[in-house]
Design a protein around this ligand. Sequence first.
Ligand SMILES: C[S@@+](CC[C@H](N)C(=O)[O-])C[C@H]1O[C@@H](n2cnc3c(N)ncnc32)[C@H](O)[C@@H]1O
Length: 220
Amino acid sequence: MNRTDDFILEIDKRYSELSGSSCCLSCGNALQYARPKDGEVCVDIGSGRGNDVLKMAIEVGEKGFAYGIDISHGMLEKARKSARKLGLNNVEFRNATLEDFGLSDSCADLVISNCTINHAKNKENVWKEIHRVLKKGGRFVVSDIFATEKVPDEYANDPAAVAECWAGAVTKDQYMKTLQDRGFIDIQILEESTPYPKGKIEVASFTVIGWKKLCCCGCN
Ligand SMILES: C[S@@+](CC[C@H](N)C(=O)[O-])C[C@H]1O[C@@H](n2cnc3c(N)ncnc32)[C@H](O)[C@@H]1O
């Protein structure tokens, strides 16, 4: 087993346990700002119990589609059950990671995420994957946490602390640099909390929007 497996196993364990609870696992209003439109293809990465995916499926209608991406078996089971209950045919919950959604290139109009990307070991690869699946001119709206200071390695390398949704956080500067390096444009912070303690560090929550360029060449 390699280190990445350790992290994934810990996340599956923690979130499968939480799938039966109703505690809030979000840290912002990504979906509210994203405003999915009729006919759009939407993806929620780290979709958890699936509530945002189901709302997007209803908002985009029969000509649109909503995908949920998660690796927690408990969360996926809960989300699929809710989709069946609602009788929705334009929704799919996939057992996939933040670094490989298993979706085709340029298939999505919108990618959202809420309080999830902080868990990823390689955040550059997550943003690369978001960029890959977005159509030209497509947008992301992501709520997440950032750390007010660099997280010490002893916590950042601890799978249990990362699964608890704090030790994987990076600083705001590092977060924004990753988005800019990936080539997203018109990046804006839509909301931001005041700092608060979480685990052994101080974090803040924010919601960020950005677009994949609408150019014809040289911008993949
Ligand atoms: C804090 S919960 C947020 C759930 C949901 N977005 C919400 O707002 O209620 C984080 C979710 O991300 C999922 N997750 C964390 N790391 C992941 C990874 N590497 N690949 C796929 N899903 C992951 C977890 O299983 C969990 O369901």
